[in-house]
Ligand binder design. Structure first.
Ligand code: ATP
Length: 215
C-alpha cells in the first residue's frame, strides 16, 4: 500500500485499529465497512475513512475494507514483525502488575528486563523477566532496548529517567506523577492513573453524558 506521512492524531489510533482488526480476522471476518468498524471502535466513520486514506486504503463502495490487507499494513507500520524490547524500572505494585501482563498477547512488545533497589527483589524473576539492581543500569549494555516503563516512586523518577536517557533510551512511559525534564528528542508519554481517575470522576459529576450514541 502507498504510504504518506501519517498525522499524529491518526497514528495514535493505529494500535486500536490493529487490535480490533486482529479480533475480526481471528473470527473469520474478511472485509469490513467503515460504519461497521465505527460501531466497534467508537470512532466516527468519517474519521476512520480519513485515517485509512492516509495509508492508501480506499474502501470500495458496497465492499468495504479488506481486513487482511489493513492488518498487514498496520503490522508493518506498528513494527509488529519485530519484537520491541522494553525495560521496566521500579518493581512495586504497579510495576509487578505490568510485568505480569502479557503484552505479547496483542502486540509484539515484551518487557525483557527490570530494575529495582530492593535487595529482596533483585535477583528474582517475575514471569520470564529478571530483576536487576538499579546501580547496574548505568553500566549494563542495553543498546537493544530503547523504551522504558517508569514505575518508581516520584522522588526517584527524574534521576532514573536521566540514567535511562544516558543509556540510550529514547521513549519513556512515565507512570509517576512527575513531569520529567529531559532533552527534546526524548519522547515521554505520561500516564498518571490517579489524575486519570480523578478526571473521570470530575467529568461524570459535572458533564453527565446524554445518550448520544457514542463520542
Ligand atoms: P507502586 O507505586 O507501584 O504501587 P509501591 O507502593 O509498591 O509501588 P513504591 O514506593 O512506589 O512502591 O516503589 C515502587 C518500586 O520502586 C519499589 O519496588 C521500590 O523498591 C522501587 N524503587 C524505589 N526507588 C528506586 C530507584 N531509585 N530505582 C529503582 N527502583 C526504585
Amino acid at each position: 500500500m502507498a504510504q504518506e506521512k501519517i498525522p499524529q492524531a491518526t497514528a495514535k489510533r493505529l494500535p486500536l485499529y490493529y487490535r480490533v482488526l486482529q479480533h475480526l480476522s481471528e473470527s473469520g471476518k474478511q472485509r469490513i465497512s467503515s460504519s461497521e468498524l465505527s460501531e466497534v471502535v467508537k470512532i466516527d466513520s468519517a474519521t476512520i475513512r480519513r485515517d485509512f486514506s492516509h495509508f492508501g486504503a480506499l474502501g470500495k463502495k458496497g465492499y468495504g475494507y479488506h481486513v487482511e490487507r489493513l492488518l498487514s499494513f498496520l503490522r508493518n507500520t506498528l513494527n509488529q514483525d519485530e519484537l520491541t524490547k522494553v525495560m521496566l524500572i521500579g518493581v512495586g505494585n504497579l510495576g509487578t502488575a505490568l510485568l505480569n501482563y502479557n503484552f505479547l498477547k496483542n502486540n509484539n512488545i515484551k518487557i525483557v528486563k527490570a530494575y529495582d533497589t530492593n535487595a529482596h527483589k533483585v535477583g528474582t524473576m517475575i514471569g520470564e523477566t529478571s530483576i536487576h539492581h538499579i546501580d547496574q543500569l548505568a553500566t549494563d549494555d542495553n543498546h537493544d532496548i530503547s523504551v522504558a516503563i517508569l514505575t518508581v516512586p516520584a522522588e526517584a523518577a527524574q534521576s532514573v529517567a536521566e540514567t535511562l536517557v544516558s543509556g540510550g533510551v529514547n521513549g519513556i512511559l512515565n507512570f509517576t506523577p512527575v513531569r520529567l525534564s529531559l532533552p527534546k528528542d526524548i519522547r515521554v508519554h505520561h500516564i498518571d492513573l490517579a489524575v486519570e481517575l480523578q478526571t473521570l470522576v470530575y467529568f461524570l459529576n459535572n458533564f453527565p453524558l446524554k445518550n448520544q450514541g457514542g463520542e
